[in-house]
Ligand binder design. Structure first.
Ligand SMILES: Nc1ncnc2c1ncn2[C@@H]1O[C@H](COP(=O)(O)OP(=O)(O)OP(=O)(O)O)[C@@H](O)[C@H]1O
Length: 265
């Protein structure tokens, strides 16, 4: 692995999220193997690499969404604040609130804008009417959507544009105070203006949240990530072949596979 520039945050800060010897198998075949990394608080950690290399599979192992996919088996470990998320007795629903996720296509429920924001928060604890209103305003303001929707909070969320829906999904994770937000190509379905809005949010939110983002957009990786891991297929299995600060990987890649990937990206 390249180590030609210092990490963007001090290495004496304890990692918030770590993968250790992580492997995901399907029907006896390894899809990703020997994945090791540490993400420190406030970092934006980018996952890049060719299609089918295993980036989404890796992301889904970081909050146990992979458990919901029939046939996938995860081994090795993922630790949040040093605690294994695969330890027996882990409250998986609480874990998925702490480690939230945005997908390529926004997942919006067929209910109102406000109810979409409150979806996870209401499952965590009882909220008074005042607390609900406060939380909706807080989360929508944080996700830069408040001004656009404050007069129609009871309207169906499905009527929003796709870009607004993606910010609504972000508001939902912010309403449950997710510490880590996993993003799987969050702007691939968005127009340039909505993409810019999400990128601005990533830069702002990283002060209080840790973000792991899969992107195929190298310019986007340069704009928003601090640290990058490149996932490529070796001997038929996805692995992290190079990991370093963003500029080092993008400007001076060391591995043949990364050079090849970036030449076509
Ligand atoms: N449930 C599954 N069962 C079997 N194989 C799977 C399963 N999910 C993913 N795969 C395979 O695992 C490999 C990695 O897929 P994954 O979607 O993680 O790649 P990716 O790097 O995210 O691709 P892309 O950039 O195109 O989204 C692919 O070969 C895919 O077909």
């Amino acid at each position: 692995m390249s180590d030609c520039c210092p990490p963007p945050v001090a290495t004496d800060v304890a990692p918030i999220l770590e993968a250790r010897g992580l492997e995901v198998r399907a029907q006896g075949r390894a899809l990703i193997r020997e994945v090791n990394f540490s993400v420190r608080p406030g970092q934006v950690f980018g996952l890049i690499g060719p299609s089918g290399a295993g980036k989404s599979t890796l992301l889904r192992a970081l909050n146990r969404l992979a458990d919901l996919i029939p046939g996938l088996r995860v081994s090795g470990d993922v630790r949040l604040h040093g605690q294994s998320i695969y330890a027996p007795g882990t409250d998986v629903n609480a874990l998925r609130e702490k480690v939230g996720m945005l997908f390529q296509q926004p997942v919006v429920f067929p209910t109102s804008i406000a109810e979409n924001v409150l979806f996870g928060a209401k499952r965590l604890r009882r909220l008074s009417r005042g607390e609900r209103a406060e939380l909706v305003e807080f989360a929508l303001t944080e996700s830069a959507l408040w001004d656009e929707v404050k007069d129609r909070l009871k309207h169906p969320a499905t009527a929003l544009s796709v870009g607004q829906q993606q910010r609504l999904c972000l508001a939902r994770t912010l309403a449950v105070k997710s510490e880590v937000i996993l993003m799987d190509e969050p702007t691939s379905a968005l127009d340039p203006k909505s993409t810019q809005a999400i990128e601005e949010l990533i830069r702002r939110l990283k002060e209080r949240h840790t973000i792991v983002i899969v992107t195929h957009n190298v310019s986007q990786a340069r704009r928003v990530t601090d640290w990058i891991a490149c996932v490529c297929v070796r001997d038929g299995v996805g692995e992290i072949v190079e990991s370093a600060c963003c500029d080092a990987v993008l400007d001076n890649p060391q591995c043949r596979e990364v050079i090849e990937y970036l030449s076509h990206a």
